[in-house]
Ligand binder design. Sequence first.
Ligand code: C2O
Ligand code: CU
Length: 592
Amino acid sequence: MSTGGLIATDLVIAVLAAAGWLGGGAAAAARRRPLALGLALFALLATLARAITVTALARAGWWFAAEKILIAAPLSLAAVAVAGPRLLRPPVDIRSVAVPLLFAGYAQSAALLVTVLHGYPASAGAGLLAVAGVVAATTISWRVLGTRPSRAAYRAALVLAVGALVAGTGLAAAPGATSGAPHHHEYRDARALGEPTRRFTLTAGTATVNVSGRDIAAWAFNGQVPGPELTATVGDVIEVVLRNRNIDRGVTLHWHGYDVPNGQDGVPGVTQAAVRPGAEFVYRFRAGQAGTYWYHTHAVSDVGVRMGLYGVLVVRPAPATGVDVTVAVHTLAGLPLPVPRTEPVEAAAPVRLRLVNTDDTTHRYALAGTPFRVAAIDGFDLREPAPLVDTAVLIPAGGRYDLVFSAPATPVALFVDGRAVYATGTAPAATAGWPVLDPLTYGARSPVPWPRFDRRFTLTLDRGLDLHGLLPRYAHTVNGKADPDIPPQVVRLGDVVKFTIVNRSLVVHPWHLHGHHVLVLSRNGSPATGSPLWLDSFDVRPGDVWEVGFRADNPGMWANHCHNLPHADAGMTLHLMYAEGEARIGPPLHVR
Ligand code: C2O
Ligand code: CU
């Protein structure tokens, strides 16, 4: 079973165990003997079964099991120790086992809450709060059910509950060692760029756009969704004037995947202020990297991008030759973009399809009717990509794949999630059963360019209760905290950095670090064996452990977040921060 499957299975068993104990306790209190014994026995088995799932999770990685071993296991043992013997020799009056069974139920429920609301890392505070809850609930049950404990036992329980509550609350509320990222940092872009050779103006505003005959209220750049495709040739100096006509919540431009200097990165509150209605901001950067990229607003980005404030940025090594088509997939008001188009292509013409996923979730792309190669991912060329036939690719939120082929005489069609979006003629195809390409094993390998890492960080992705804002929320968390309380990863210029990204949650998190491409080292313990993969967007699925590396070669304060933008908004955003002072002089910028 995959680790993601184990996480889900363990959760289901834990819910069943808690429900079984509680149900058994209630049935015992109601003197429903067979029902009480049946439920309790079932709960006992479920509790014992968790030993298997938790052990398997621990083997997959301590991050997946920490709180289950440190908090849930002792509570489960207590449950079994208290309730188990009474089940083996059930007394005549079944009501007398009600409280022990309820105790087991509270213990299992508390352990479950620790996993669901708190997660990793396990903390003494969470453990003590769980104990306080269990003792308090058990004591109340004791009183209510009339099987009064002795005064001494009652006092002891009370003292224990209050003590654990106080200690747990104190520990949980204590400020962490590091505070969140200082926002409003300013880094000046000191590079002299010279005169722009490519100038664009993008004006953001509300607009009505027509999609397949339906009028949609959107937010658009220059009145269109997607915004205009910006193109340049390597060596150009790009200047983009961003104007905000009437987007009240402000706009910016983030060059997704383009490793621009920090001041041009377009993150409001971090690299600039959001551009208010009537105001403008001028972006200027050198087109140093060829490839397929995109741009989007980063102000209330979960709303802004969905509403249409995005477009494609293509930088070519030389002026375009052959057929060069961009397919930027987006969901606008529930309607899929782009609208399908068919255009004949001359046989033997070289074709490049630039596939972009601007949505919050993964899309499946299938090119039918021709062998093809994946020439580039996230703007970086792959090494010796082999021809593929009848193979689908999964592109994460924010990701890009460039597919190349020489046009056959017969029609070719590209399907996105089964829907034809681009074709050179009528080419029906059943692509649903195709295998999916694993980019980690595709293309020719070359050794990792660094002998060692100067810094290592682990990001554990999960969900958890966040009490630090105005209102409590069930946040998407990193290492148990939510934005803005997640400590930044601090590096020095020149450092070689390793990130281990672990997904403990039940949903996919497409990870995106600004300002850098990361080299994939391994996924779930298997080293990447294909072409070097320099990514800016990659899907960390439930149970996944990704190891990626990069050289800290672009100073500033960089957003580092989940690109399922509602997740980023709900807490899953942190920052990579450069400390003053260089580590040492390293080799040149990107090793391609
Ligand atoms: Cu495309 Cu910070 O995102
Ligand atoms: Cu996410």
